[in-house]
Design a protein around this ligand. Structure first.
Ligand code: ZN
Length: 238
């Protein structure tokens, strides 16, 4: 996550909309992660986790929103204008979603709380800064990439020594050599309304996670999730 970011009123408004989507997921017995996609200054698509209802572990909030954009565009990815889309999501995208956002060419990502187990925007991997690596054929260039990465790390170290520490906003400089990787690099910012996002997740796990400490408190009006779904829920973050 980035510290000291100056959030705009629009940032807060869009993240609150993402949190509303997360609340909707919670109400429906899903891991409470939600998102909105902003294009042309307005919300173009929304999504919340649907993995349990869909019996599909890939139905993360981001994928639901992406499918909505594609549907609006008649399944034409160019018409969906992903490169003009900014994602606001309550929890850091997982590695799978971070890869999809990169391959589709999203312009930016803003998230709430970090995803310490599966995060693809800095917690576990930094897909937003590296692209998708070998998943799109980039492994053939790996040796060259490692060499360039070493050069970049040296340059970054030189920059830090000179006091040019970046700052971390949407306009932060992306690593050099980015285009060589499959997918597009994108700026990612975290920590916006993180406490609200964490609160929703804690409510979900306190109520429905069979691994939660006793006493186990079932959710009123919602059947207890089968163990396999509850285990899968741990992977639905982001
Ligand atoms: Zn995901």
């Amino acid at each position: 996550m980035n510290e000291g970011i100056q959030w705009t009123e629009d940032d807060v408004r869009f993240m609150r909309a993402a949190l509303q989507q997360a609340c909707r997921a919670l109400d429906e017995g899903e891991t409470p992660v939600g998102c909105v996609v902003v294009r042309d200054g307005a919300i173009a698509a929304t999504g919340c986790n649907r993995t349990n209802a869909a019996r599909n572990g890939t139905r993360h909030a981001e994928f639901v929103a992406i499918d909505q954009l594609l549907e609006q565009a008649g399944s034409d990815a160019a018409a969906a204008r992903f490169s003009e889309c900014d994602l606001y999501v309550s929890c850091e995208p997982c590695i799978m979603c971070a890869g999809a956002l990169s391959l589709l060419g999203f312009r930016s990502v803003t998230y709430g709380c970090p995803n310490d187990k599966f995060g693809g925007n800095g917690s576990i991997l930094s897909v937003h800064q590296t692209g998708c690596g070998g998943c799109g054929g980039g492994e053939q260039q790996q040796g060259q990439q490692q060499q360039q990465q070493q050069q970049e790390q040296q340059q970054a170290a030189d920059g830090a020594a000179a006091g040019s520490s970046g700052g971390g906003g949407l306009d932060q400089q992306l690593p050099k050599g980015a285009a060589r990787q499959p997918g597009r690099l994108y700026p990612s910012r975290g920590g916006l309304l993180a406490a609200e996002a964490v609160d929703l997740l804690q409510r979900f796990y306190a109520a429905g996670n069979p691994n939660a400490p006793a006493p186990h408190r079932p959710v009123r009006g919602r059947p207890a999730a089968p163990a396999v779904l509850a285990d899968a829920a741990a992977m639905q973050l982001g």
